[in-house]
Design a protein around this ligand. Structure first.
Ligand code: FPP
Length: 249
């Protein structure tokens, strides 16, 4: 039986987040420029979106560009921005056809206008779709997101809209970029690095973490299904004991 067939439909993670890493190393190994790795990474994005749709995942967040990535050489940043535009343009019809709803999180105002316009267009065109919600993290920093939330909440306290006594975890979640999405249940990172790199720090409090040595451009549907299957083998206790879990009674 292949791994896809072993996946239990009633135990799927609702939301999967992925740190797509290793494009540069993949290209270098092949004696190519880093940009070639990013271009090949687009294919892995397509495979992954398709795979998520095939098994009925509801939310998929992809870490495409961090605020720290602005510090890369200008030629690489420019190439990535062009790649985002072309990928969005080339995939619009496909996403619509497959009922995918596109969303974006991050400090989006810092993106070049051309990227932002294309992004807003696809978000608008797919807004009524009811299948997979594909969330691109662009110019994203989790610490910045949390700092932003603190600022917004403080303003509301100052204006009397909310009182200090009312602050709870829900209010904080409601002021993050991700306020309309559930927290990821599974976080995948490729390329053999064991880091979170400023990604969804608040939201992954209870996420299962899955690390694979595969470099992002090589990440296939099979790799995605392996991660989901691995997730399903784990016991998620949320601080309780094994015996307290519902299916152990
Ligand atoms: C990390 O690899 C990857 C990125 C910073 C860019 C991710 C972009 C893509 C996969 C391309 C297109 C994406 C979309 C959503 C259309 P790295 O460059 O840090 O690799 P390295 O660690 O080997 O240097």
């Amino acid at each position: 039986m292949n791994v896809k067939e072993k996946i239990l439909k009633n135990k799927l993670p609702l939301h999967i987040a992925i740190i797509m890493d290793g494009n540069g190393r993949w290209a270098k190994k092949k004696g190519n420029r880093r940009i070639f790795g990013h271009k090949s990474g687009v294919k892995a994005v397509k495979e992954t979106v398709e795979a998520a749709g095939e098994i009925g995942i509801k939310y998929l967040t992809l870490y495409a560009f961090s605020t720290e990535n602005w510090n890369r050489p200008k030629v690489e940043v420019d190439a990535l921005m062009s790649l985002f535009i072309s990928a969005v343009k080339n995939e619009t019809e496909n996403l619509i056809k497959n009922n995918v709803r596109m969303k974006a999180i991050g400090n989006l105002e810092t993106l070049p206008n051309s990227v932002l316009e294309n992004l807003n267009e696809i978000i608008d065109k797919t807004k009524d779709n009811t299948g997979l919600t594909l969330i691109l993290a662009l110019s994203y920093s989790s610490r910045q997101e949390i700092t932003n939330a603190v600022t917004k909440i403080t303003k509301k306290i100052t204006s009397g809209e909310i009182s200090i006594e009312n602050i709870n975890e829900e209010i904080i979640s409601d002021h993050l970029y991700t306020n309309e999405f559930p927290d990821p249940e599974l976080l995948i990172r490729t390329s053999g690095e064991f880091r979170i790199s400023n990604f969804l720090l608040w939201q992954i409090s209870y996420s299962e973490l899955y690390f694979t040595d595969t470099l992002w451009p090589d990440f296939s549907k099979e790799d995605f299904f392996n991660a989901v299957y691995n997730f399903q083998q784990r016991e998620r206790r949320f601080g309780k004991t094994s015996e307290q879990l519902p299916d152990k009674k």
